[in-house]
Ligand binder design. Structure first.
Ligand SMILES: [Zn+2]
Length: 278
């Protein structure tokens, strides 16, 4: 085999390797109607959003706690569609993951994207058991991964490295951060990430500028800094919050948003929020 031919083979293998690593999910049957939407669910004190990409393709990002999520999916998914193509679990806290366990029981899930950080709680054990029983493929999130469906582009911005099997001090600070770009809208979803993750994103000069920001950690005062808000520069902020004893959303956070004239949507006051892609 000539050296030149070997080089070409190497390049071909490299391309396949890159595609496999970074393309988490794609769907080629392009929906020309471009009627995708993102729904932020009112799941009480918790966090859950669904990207409805059209063509019966759904991506669920977190599921709140308990089975409220099942009512929401029943309401917003087509009657005969029992499959969620991709479930993204930002981090294994009960108010994000508890509902996803219910989803695994009652829906077919095509694929899971999570960080894989070590978690030994009862809910994590149940999660792992259900995934094994149902043989659901898992990918571990890391910066650069992409998900492409119809007019929707999703990019994983955090964590920067694969955290599978790693122990972390604070699982909030391991949350998957992702940006969603549709034809005329852009969204930043930050799980429960706090100032540490925000600073890392800013330091690495990651493009986080988006029109709609899903506020991290239910409006905690320890997330969504002024500097972060200036970089994201959102027009609208969605606060996934319900009745709670943590003081969410914090007054400090509300003032930061108001000072920048960002339009605020509180899930506890507005209920489910639907944003169309165009
Ligand atoms: Zn949370």
């Amino acid at each position: 085999m000539s050296i030149k031919f070997k080089n070409i083979l190497f390049i071909i293998f490299a391309i396949f390797f890159i595609l496999d690593v970074f393309l988490v999910f794609s769907f080629d049957n392009q929906d020309t109607t471009k009627n995708s939407k993102i729904i932020f669910f009112d799941v009480g004190q918790g966090d859950s959003a669904m990207i409805d990409a059209g063509n019966n393709i759904q991506i669920l990002i977190d599921g709140g706690d308990g089975n409220v999520i099942l009512d929401k999916l029943g309401k917003y998914m087509p009657l005969l569609d029992r499959k969620i193509e991709l479930v993204i679990m930002t981090h294994p806290d009960k108010d994000h993951m508890g509902g996803l366990v219910e989803v695994l029981k009652f829906y077919e899930v095509g694929q899971i994207l999570e960080t894989g950080i070590v978690c030994e709680t009862a809910i994590c054990k149940e999660w792992d058991k259900l995934i094994k029983e149902k043989n659901i493929p898992i990918k571990y999130a890391e910066f650069g991964q992409m998900i492409k469906i119809n007019d929707i582009d999703i990019k994983i911005l955090y964590p920067f490295n694969n955290l599978n099997n790693q122990r972390v001090k604070d699982d909030n600070e391991s949350s998957i951060v992702l940006r969603v770009d549709t034809e005329n809208n852009s969204y930043l979803l930050t799980g429960d990430a706090g100032f540490d993750v925000e600073n890392e994103l800013i330091e690495k000069n990651i493009n986080i500028k988006t029109r709609i920001l899903k506020i991290a950690h239910h409006g905690s005062k320890n997330a969504t800094s002024n500097e972060f808000l200036m970089k994201v520069n959102p027009q609208k902020a969605v606060i996934p919050v319900g009745k709670n004893s943590y003081g969410h959303p914090a007054e400090e956070l509300m003032n930061r948003l108001k000072n920048m004239n960002i339009e605020i949507f509180r899930i506890d006051k507005n209920g489910d929020l639907i944003f169309n892609s165009n």
